[in-house]
Design a protein around this ligand. Sequence first.
Ligand code: FCB
Length: 456
Amino acid sequence: MNAPDLPVDPNRRFPDDFVWGVATSSFQIEGGTDADGKGPSIWDRFCRQAGAIADGSNGDVACDHLHRMPEDLDLIASLGVTAYRFSVSWPRVQPAGQGAWNTAGLDFYDKLVDGLLARGVKPYLTLNHWDLPDALQQRGGWTQRDTVYRFVDYALGVHARLGDRLTTITTHNEPWVISTMGHEWGVFAPGLHSRAAAAQVSHHLLLSHGLALRALRAAGSLARLGIVLNLAPIHAATASAADRATAQLEDGRLVRWYMDPLFHGRYPTDVLDFLGVDAPRVEPGDMATIAVPMDFLGINYYSRSVASADGSWRASGSGLALTDMGWEIFPSGLTELLLRLHRDWPVPPLYVKENGAAFRDEVVEGKVHDTERVAYLAAHIAAVGDALAQGVPVAGYMVWSLLDNFEWASGYAKRFGIVHVDYATQRRTPKDSAHWYRDFLQRQRQHRAFAQLMDA
Ligand code: FCB
């Protein structure tokens, strides 16, 4: 099936200060999982469980970014982006998750940040993109309240070394995924199957976010602070009362379970009722801590979600084009989501911190003609433009991902990069989508230069 025909108008002009970027995460690209004093993460352990990763792979080498960082920074700069979103591997900088710091690990990120600034690219740092130190998991990980305080120490340690040069600090990437996929469905690290554990984990992630924001502000953070949520509009498969009720509950669990505490200081009562005895233990003061004001809210958007009471709905039967992940290509869902966030909560500036798609890319004579990805990106950028035009304060957009990389439980089979990686040789080949994005950003700069000329 062909990608939908929803091109972004190349002449469409975004605000002059709109941030354009590309994103990656530590475990998915770095490799060097035990290099230079790094401790193991929960993903290192999870990858070794039989059947956990579709292609039996792991993050030992990944894109070897640990050893190819300057070359990768050149690639980023060549795109003309203004921002690079990356994450710090907690066990690389603090191998046991508490106590001693690993200087070699901190040095790596120090060079990364300086390398970005030297190339005119702003560093957008994420503290937790899932690779928790395994030593903390052995003590219960995110199910334990103590991990909340360990995270705040980690945040302060990273800030002490890098904070003077960062544009933003994100506490957590996608707490829903860590909680639900990692602790309830067991398909991501640490691979638990407990709804009660998952609920407690989500509370601890949110609490640690709020406490870290307070601590970073007290430490004089110059970087803007926030969190990144994976959100989507949830549509009912049919108009039946049962499907609509399921969609409402799913919206509660994915969207309102995170947005309500962050912006209203309370969990949604319908979800609390649903969880019953599995609801998290909340201590006095926790909810006010979670609701400390943020400087930005990041959202990751890939597709809509469709709910059916009997679980029978399948994307393959929807008639829409699908990505290689089997996800529907649904750009208008991004506009719908942004409008809804702006309408229902007092949100700060919004950033799309991840958006992109996996397709079966092949290098043919040194080129990758990823036409479907170009169409996907163009349509979603247009969807952001539509939200902006309707008054939503969207401040930036980042493509997931710079490079093909380790796609968690899918291993290396799913390629999300705008730059192709040949894992045998580590050769990087910019795909057509990288060239398209570079040209699109070039036109944005031309619009700006032209406007400045007219103003002068
Ligand atoms: C998001 C993750 C990111 C990547 C994309 C495809 O959920 O944050 O690391 O795997 O999905």
